[in-house]
Design a protein around this ligand. Sequence first.
Ligand code: SF4
Length: 164
Amino acid sequence: MRVGVVKLASCSGCVLEVVRALTEAVGHLRGVEVAACSLVLGESRLEGFFDLVLVEGSASTERHVKLLKSLRERAGLLVALGSCAIEGGVQALSNGRVEEAKAAVYPEPGLVESVGGFTPVTEVVSVDLAVPGCPVNYEAVKSLLLKLSRGGLPVEIHESVCAE
Ligand code: SF4
């Protein structure tokens, strides 16, 4: 099972839960290869077909939108991880005022690439599963990985700090 882990506009909290899930389940994940993780390896490794793509964050650039559409075509299962991917996240509160927010935060806001807002992954492409939470619970990610690696679909619900 070839897995890709993708981070868009987000805080990386959900990806860290994925790392914890992988660390705890490593001895039980038969045939699972984490082929790409954009947080640590950049996006250059996100090539080819993936059996499973886990996406954290919301889309805020043309590059994000293009990457999501490309991954949708190359993913057996595409999973939205966490509030940012499912609903836009706290950063989506600045939608409609992105230029104002950039000017308040960055010394050179013109250098910050943006399409003017934060769009949930679920509004850019169709997803096969959505794992709620902020962050997602690593136990939920672990059970997802274990079940998929054995040929089943995850069904357990795990509480998160902010349940949706
Ligand atoms: Fe961070 Fe929460 Fe977004 Fe996950 S859902 S990336 S923890 S802000």
